[in-house]
Write a protein that binds this ligand. Structure first.
Ligand code: TXA
Ligand code: MG
Length: 344
């Protein structure tokens, strides 16, 4: 199968994408967070193709994407008062809300759970194909399972060429990490996966919000995963990723770098551009600005993919603060690092 790679600004392409979705085929498309790999959420055999194309475990549920709140009627049993307030405040945007599902949502979409995750994306490419197809679209990130999520059409093409009929290009993803996932079937609400809509932002609208303990730590082996995605290895490049934190992190990174070099282990350092000088002429990549952690989120997955493309064996990352979107950055990074964090 040849994958057609077309722009969302091409009206004929959007019409063709919509038709593919309506016919139970897969279409990858840009959202403001990461690229998604979409199928008609109500069509079980279409949804199964997503798991095949990604090589994804079938008990890991998908997010259902909509363009209008009226589509909720077919998907969820009820929208609580607080869930509605979150929708009104943050949709369209990088927030996924978990609600009790209606029976007609297939088990393939929800991994057999009694709940469904719903999101309204804020990107004209996603909105155009959702509107044109007029079906709720189940879409995980459009990467091969286990690889870093794709934030450019080129990333998607690299993973999915030949596996899907169409890719709708909408440029680079602004947010760069996947949406916040919040469980609204319990009180207080609980963040299962941090993202672009932060705890602080949600608390300003609905009051106290909890953050699941597995957000920055490995899931205890006997714990029941609140979100099945928590238990899978994620976001991992081929290179060995290590995180160094603490006041003396830069010094420690230099020492680790130099020791690795002696052993012939090719290494790159990721930190904010303000720290470039600290690392001298060592291989360094500025993944964002100190005062703007959203810029680190924006570059996170593309930096990890770049390290693999350039064939580095090891990536030494200087941690970021976990405030605001920093929590989403560290959530992805600790997983990429297999929880290898060192305090310096
Ligand atoms: O930004 C995003 O959310 C992107 C774009 C494409 O919209 N999508 C995305 O999907 O990241 P995916 O499949 O890679 O991640 C979905 C996460 C998984 O961790 C999954 O376990 C969790 O959401 N999830 C989905 N439905 C759930 C449910 N009913 N209960 C608990 N967790 C759920
Ligand atoms: Mg994913």
């Amino acid at each position: 199968m040849q994958t057609k790679w077309l722009s969302y600004e091409d009206e004929a392409a959007v019409a063709e994408a919509a038709e593919l979705l309506q016919n139970g085929e897969l279409v990858a498309f840009a959202t403001e967070t990461v690229y998604g790999l979409g199928a008609d959420a109500m069509n079980e055999s279409a949804v199964k193709k997503i798991f095949e194309a990604k090589g994804r475990p079938s008990d890991n549920p998908l997010i259902v994407h909509i363009y209008d709140q009226s589509q909720l009627e077919a998907l969820v049993q009820e929208v609580s008062f607080d869930a509605k307030r979150l929708m009104d405040a943050f949709w369209p945007g990088p927030l996924t809300i978990i609600l009790p599902k209606k029976k007609n949502v297939p088990d393939a979409t929800t991994g057999g759970l009694s709940t469904v995750a719903v999101r309204m994306p804020d990107h004209p490419a996603a909105q155009a194909i959702l509107r044109a197809s007029n079906v709720p679209v189940a879409a995980p990130s459009a990467n091969l399972s286990g690889k870093p999520s794709p934030t450019t059409a080129r990333d998607v093409f690299e993973d999915m060429n030949g596996r899907i009929p169409m890719l709708i290009d909408g440029g680079d993803c602004e947010v760069g990490v996947e949406s916040t996932v919040v469980d609204m079937t319990r009180t207080p609400a609980m963040i299962l996966r941090p993202g672009g809509v932060t705890r602080e932002m949600m608390e300003a609208v609905i009051g106290p919000v909890e953050v699941h303990e597995a957000v920055l730590a490995p899931l205890a082996s006997d714990a029941q995963a609140a979100s099945p995605g928590m238990k899978y290895k994620h976001y991992a490049p081929k290179a060995h990723v290590r995180i160094i934190t603490g006041d003396r992190a830069a010094e420690r990174i230099c020492r680790l770098y130099d020791a690795a070099k002696k052993e012939g282990i090719s290494t790159i350092i990721f930190s904010v551009c303000e720290e470039k000088e600290l690392f001298g002429d060592r291989d360094f990549y500025a993944w964002g600005d100190l005062e703007d952690v959203a810029s680190v989120a924006h570059h996170l997955f593309s930096s990890l993919r770049m390290a693999d493309e350039k064939g580095y064996d090891q990536v030494l990352c200087h941690s970021v603060d976990t405030e605001g979107v920093g929590l989403a950055v560290m959530n992805r990074l600790v997983r990429a690092a297999g929880f290898d964090i060192e305090q310096a």
